[in-house]
Design a protein around this ligand. Structure first.
Ligand SMILES: [Ca+2]
Ligand SMILES: [Ca+2]
Length: 400
């Protein structure tokens, strides 16, 4: 079945949940045609039953997803393609390609954001890797393109020359409530750069929407916070407007950080918490900000979004984070001040492979992007996919 037909089926089913009830009714006669499998269901720790539906299939390493004001879901694929997805109909419409993309190892077309006044201001922002520089190698740049008549055109480079690499090349973009553009940039496997405040690697950067270092940045350049290894998740809390990042650790210490401008997040001197003696000395002398959550061994955490809806009972205010190697969706409950994690839950373990990004939807659904064709997964025929999670019913089932 083509990806379009599969997706159309999913869209139709989303509008008529009753169909699955029929499909799930036990068959009584051997001569009946085999029923199609219903979409997988998973139960949360509160025993809320979630339905998982494919919305789009046959994609290649979906990296970043965001909403446009018209309700279309825009996404990047790492090889360079940009598309929009009608989540009700399951229709994928390519809108253009970012040219000059070098997709090697973890590098390629990554972060995506729309101008806050889109489409009146028709700018779409991207971070991508390319081959170039002296000596020649992988570099990263932030660009924007103009969207008109259904197509992307007129690429403009905003910042260029950031080191790239086949590893630690994370680049997620988020536009803040302050109308500034925030951008994560991995250390590109050059660990000391993360502590060099003149380098743009191993940083979270803060820029105007025209790509200029934002006024008030601590070092009069684009650097906002430093000491980051490979942040691939970046999201503002919907109520407090505080910025949070999700970061790949090495073999230990994946981190979720609460980002404050002008602060040092420790890498490579500190992995995770300031708990080893050598780390404690460094932390005392340099005022490190410790993560609010760590995972050891690492799960390869990536995209992040807040869930700010009532549709899934118990989830409102949660921070959702995807895991690549850990092949799961993590849900974190934050304390009232947002400075610590009070509970966590791990869902979908191994069910859909590597998960690169999560995006919560205006209808209270949760959209997930798989990354099984990134060279490290075991892709199935339908990969990569954009999946939708939604509650089957609005109240948890009674506990058995
Ligand atoms: Ca850290
Ligand atoms: Ca540590």
């Amino acid at each position: 079945m083509t990806s379009r037909r599969l997706a159309a089926l999913a869209g139709a089913v989303a509008g008529a949940g009753v169909v699955w009830l029929v499909a799930l009714t036990p068959r009584t006669r051997a001569s009946e045609p085999p029923a199609i499998d219903g979409p997988p269901r998973v139960a949360t720790q509160d025993n809320v039953e979630l339905l998982v539906e494919p919305v789009a299939t046959g994609l290649r390493t979906v990296w970043d997803m965001t909403w446009a004001p018209d309700g279309q879901l825009w996404f990047t694929e790492r090889g360079g393609r940009v598309s929009r997805l009608d989540v009700r109909r399951g229709e994928v419409t390519p809108v253009g390609d970012v040219l000059d993309v070098a997709e090697r190892g973890e590098s390629g077309l990554m972060g995506l954001a729309l101008h806050p006044d889109f489409p009146r201001e028709p700018w779409v922002y991207f971070v991508h890797s390319y081959s170039g520089g002296t000596p020649p190698g992988i570099r990263n740049r932030l660009i924007r393109m103009r969207y008109a008549n259904g197509r992307l055109a007129d690429p403009q480079t905003l910042i260029d020359g950031m080191m790239g690499a086949a590893n630690h090349d994370g680049a997620r973009v988020a536009i803040g409530p302050d109308r500034l553009l925030y951008l994560t940039m991995g250390d590109a496997s050059r660990m000391p750069l993360a502590q060099d405040t003149m380098s743009l690697n191993g940083k979270i950067l803060r820029l105007t929407l025209d790509g200029v270092a934002a006024p008030g940045n601590p070092f009069n350049n684009a650097v906002w916070s430093w000491g980051h290894r490979n942040p691939q998740g970046l999201v503002f809390h919907p109520a407090t407007k505080v910025l949070y990042s999700a970061e790949h650790g090495p073999a230990t210490d994946d981190e979720v950080n609460r980002i404050e401008g002008g602060r040092n997040y420790g890498w490579p001197a500190v992995h995770g918490l300031c708990d080893r003696p050598t780390e404690q000395i460094f932390c005392r002398s340099t005022r490190i900000v410790e993560p609010i959550q760590v995972w050891t061994p690492t799960l390869g955490i990536s995209g992040a979004d807040f869930y700010n809806f009532d549709s899934i009972p118990g989830w409102k205010g949660s921070l959702l984070v995807t895991a690549l190697a850990g092949q799961s969706l993590l849900r974190l409950t934050l304390s009232a001040d947002g400075k610590s994690v009070t509970a966590s839950e791990r869902l979908l373990s191994g069910r859909f492979g590597r998960l690169r990004d999560v995006l919560t939807g205006p209808d209270g659904s949760v959209y997930l992007a798989t990354s099984n064709r990134d060279g490290r997964g075991r892709p199935r025929e339908t990969d990569d996919q954009i999946l939708r999670l939604r509650a089957v019913r609005s109240a948890p089932l009674p506990r058995r």
